[in-house]
Each structure stands twice: as structure tokens, then as C-alpha cells.
Design a protein around this ligand. Structure first.
Ligand SMILES: Nc1ncnc2c1ncn2[C@@H]1O[C@H](COP(=O)(O)OP(=O)(O)O)[C@@H](O)[C@H]1O
Ligand SMILES: [Mg+2]
Length: 244
């Protein structure tokens, strides 16, 4: 007869099953198996992050490279601010109204925004594939683990990190793009800061693009200010807009 498992072990096992069943629901498993069938990935390694709107996994490709897979969740389409971020972006004028279409549009938006970043040499993950509601992109990390986000570790190289982030925001703006969700939570800290989470990024033609830019820059200037790295917001925003 098998030895009884100690209670603590059973508890840990239950917790683990709970986490995995929350993350690996039927729909997610189907999505991931699609990537395997297409031979894009060989294994799914572990969930990096589980959010309201998307889950991010680390996976390994058939040639052994680590990648990050972001899967936008169809069942939480109600959280997506379609009204604010899709409507008004001329690239997404004609999308349908079903939840599935909205979620796919956000994935497509993130993919296209990341392509623009790549072209303009912004520090952001390189994108490889867009498949329905999924994005396969460069894994930002060291060894087995993803880089920490800035909210966890703070600025690592002081002034230099702020400089790099503001240059990237300006580079995006010069390319006609505004991130709209710029904060310490969407910056990963490698040797340099990398910007992530571009699903809500809008083009300059969007009616709120300028307000979004101001909010992005304010967030960053304020965050670094709290860490003793001060910048004058007005000067920064003028510089980004090319006024000085
Ligand atoms: N390319 C990547 N490589 C490694 N980890 C990533 C990558 N992209 C995102 N992550 C991790 O997943 C988390 C959630 O990703 P994000 O795009 O911000 O989605 P959400 O909409 O859930 O905020 C990030 O905070 C980061 O820890
Ligand atoms: Mg995020």
C-alpha cells in the first residue's frame, strides 16, 4: 500500500493544481497546442505572469531558443478598453464587435506596435509571430528567469535608465506611436530598461494621443523623482515634441 502523503505535501499539491488549472484552462491549452502543431514551439516551460487580460508563458522553440508567449484572454474581453484604445486608432477602424475579434485586435495592435519599435531600435522585445490572440516574442531574461520589472527593483543604473526610457519614448513618438500604459510595471530591467506591453499603444492620429503621451511621461518623471532622480517635466515633454 502506498504511504500516506503528509498533510503539508497534499496542501502544496492542491495549491499547485489550483494554479495550473487557473492558468492552463482548456482554451489556453488549445491555443498553446496550436503553436506546437505549427512547430513554432516544442515545450511550454512555465507561466511567467497571469493577468486580467493576458497570460505570459516562457516556452522553448524547436531549435532550443527561449521565447515569451503572450496570450490575450478571450473570456475577459470586457476588460479591454476598446472605446479608448481601438476606436480612434485609424489602423483599427474596421474591427468587428465580437469579443473574440476585439481580443485578436489587441494582440494585432501589440504585434504591430512592437514591429514599429523594432524598426526604430526602441528597447523592446523582438516579435516573431502573431497567431490569432497570441504573440510569440523574444524572451527578456537571464538564464532561466525573466528580468524583473522596474517596480520590483527600482532603477538599476540611475540617471542612465531614465535617459534610456525617455529616449525610447521620444523615438516612438517620432515614429508616430504613443505607448499609453507607460509605468514601472511595464519596464523590464536588463542591462538596459526594456519597454513591454504595447497592446494599448496608439498612433498619433488618435484623438487622445497627446494626452496619453503626457500621462506616460508624467508617470516616468514622477517615478524617478521618487528615487531621487529629478527631471523637469515641462522640459522633457517639450524635448519629446521637438520644441527644443
Ligand atoms: N518578452 C518577455 N520576456 C519575458 N517576460 C515577459 C515578456 N513580456 C512580458 N513579460 C512578463 O510578463 C508580465 C506581463 O506582461 P505584460 O505584457 O505587461 O502583460 P499584462 O497586460 O498582463 O500587464 C510582465 O510584467 C513581465 O514580467
Ligand atoms: Mg503589463
Amino acid at each position: 500500500m502506498a504511504r500516506k502523503k503528509p498533510l503539508r505535501e497534499i496542501h502544496q499539491l492542491k495549491e499547485r493544481i489550483k494554479i495550473e488549472s487557473e492558468v492552463f484552462d482548456r482554451k489556453t491549452l488549445l491555443d498553446l497546442s496550436k503553436l506546437m502543431k505549427k512547430d513554432i514551439i516544442a515545450t511550454v516551460d512555465y507561466p511567467i505572469s497571469t493577468g486580467k487580460e493576458a497570460n505570459v508563458f516562457r516556452a522553448t522553440t524547436t531549435d532550443g531558443t527561449y521565447v515569451a508567449i503572450k496570450i490575450y484572454k478571450v473570456e475577459t474581453a470586457k476588460f479591454f478598453r476598446r472605446d479608448l484604445y481601438l476606436d480612434g486608432d485609424p489602423r483599427f477602424d474596421r474591427i468587428k464587435h465580437t469579443e473574440k475579434e476585439i481580443v485578436k485586435a489587441f494582440a494585432r495592435k501589440e504585434f504591430k506596435n512592437l514591429q514599429i519599435c523594432e524598426k526604430k531600435k526602441i528597447h523592446a522585445p523582438q516579435v516573431y509571430y502573431l497567431i490569432d490572440n497570441m504573440i510569440v516574442m523574444e524572451f527578456l531574461g537571464e538564464g532561466e528567469l525573466p528580468y524583473p520589472t522596474m517596480n520590483m527593483v527600482g532603477p538599476l543604473h540611475g540617471e542612465k535608465d531614465l535617459e534610456s526610457i525617455l529616449k525610447d519614448i521620444k523615438g516612438m513618438y517620432d515614429a508616430g506611436l504613443v505607448h499609453t500604459d507607460m509605468s514601472e510595471y511595464n519596464i523590464m530591467m536588463g542591462k538596459i530598461p526594456y519597454l513591454i506591453d504595447f497592446g494599448q499603444g496608439v498612433v498619433k492620429g488618435h484623438p487622445h494621443a497627446e494626452q496619453f503621451l503626457e500621462r506616460d511621461v508624467r508617470n516616468i518623471v514622477k517615478y524617478f523623482g521618487k528615487h531621487g532622480i529629478k527631471r523637469d517635466y515641462d522640459k522633457v515633454i517639450d524635448w519629446i515634441r521637438g520644441k527644443k
